[in-house]
Design a protein around this ligand. Structure first.
Ligand SMILES: *Cc1c(COP(=O)(O)O)cnc(C)c1O
Length: 234
């Protein structure tokens, strides 16, 4: 059973790594410029263990309780845990206790609790600002308005034990990902003029990683293409 699962994960990982290599090649980029974060939400710690054994170094989770439990179970593996889900301000300090990278900081209210959590842990936490690529006024936006990024970046820079590293975004469902990621590249370039340390661009998932790499993604977050379909609806 475990051997079958290991073979399945190994084959899927190979396929995703090939897609990343081909996309980099097509975009005239070095394959070493793009890091893979495997999104393990809904899958058990046993899969995380197999992935670590297959050379995965970075994993992503989007729900605090699930992430906290899995990170504790896998603490011996030395993985980098990325928190990529919606953050509540009353949970932010707890997330900073295990997350090495928080990719979904989208409002100033989260900065204080994240910084306090990082202090309590005695460990710097890397932060990406999540920016919305939805048209203004759209329902269910997650992510900051592009116009608010500069101020948000400043508040992260001024907080203790948080390191501003870059931007994260998800392409809107009903949009052409190439167009969405082209907008993201422009937003990233603008952010970099005031915050040159914000070099990370986390964009692209199982369905659109090629488009993201074309437009400068440095990190892709891939779940189902590696682990298979998720057991429950998102
Ligand atoms: C679930 C999730 C992913 C991975 O999605 P797949 O389509 O399964 O690759 C990436 N980013 C975020 C923010 C997610 O919530």
């Amino acid at each position: 059973m475990t051997d079958d699962r290991r073979d399945e994960l190994a084959a899927n990982l190979d396929a995703v790594r090939r897609r990343i290599a081909v996309s980099c090649d097509d975009a005239g980029r070095d394959a070493g410029e793009v890091s893979l974060v495997v999104v393990t939400k809904f899958f058990p710690a046993s899969d995380v263990r197999l992935l670590a054994d297959l050379g995965v170094t970075d994993v992503g989770e989007n729900r605090h309780q699930e992430a906290e439990a899995k990170a504790a179970e896998c603490v011996d593996l030395g993985l980098r845990w990325h928190f990529i889900g919606g953050l509540q301000s009353n949970k932010a300090a707890a997330v900073a206790a295990y997350a090495d990278v928080v990719e979904s900081l989208d409002r100033a209210k989260l900065v204080g609790p994240l910084s306090r959590g990082a202090h309590a842990r005695g460990h710097d936490v890397d932060v990406l600002l999540q920016v919305s690529l939805d048209p203004p006024g759209a329902d269910h936006r997650s992510g900051a308005d592009p116009a608010d990024l500069d101020e948000l970046a400043r508040s992260v820079e001024e907080a203790g034990m948080l390191r501003l590293r870059g931007l994260m975004a998800v392409a809107p469902l009903d949009d052409d990902p190439l167009e969405a990621f082209a907008r993201l590249a422009a937003i990233h370039a603008e952010l970099l003029t005031g915050h040159p340390e914000a070099t990370v661009l986390s964009a692209g998932m199982s369905g659109d990683l090629e488009a993201a790499i074309r437009h400068g993604a440095t990190h892709v977050r891939v779940g189902s293409a590696v682990l298979g379909p998720r057991p429950t609806n998102q």
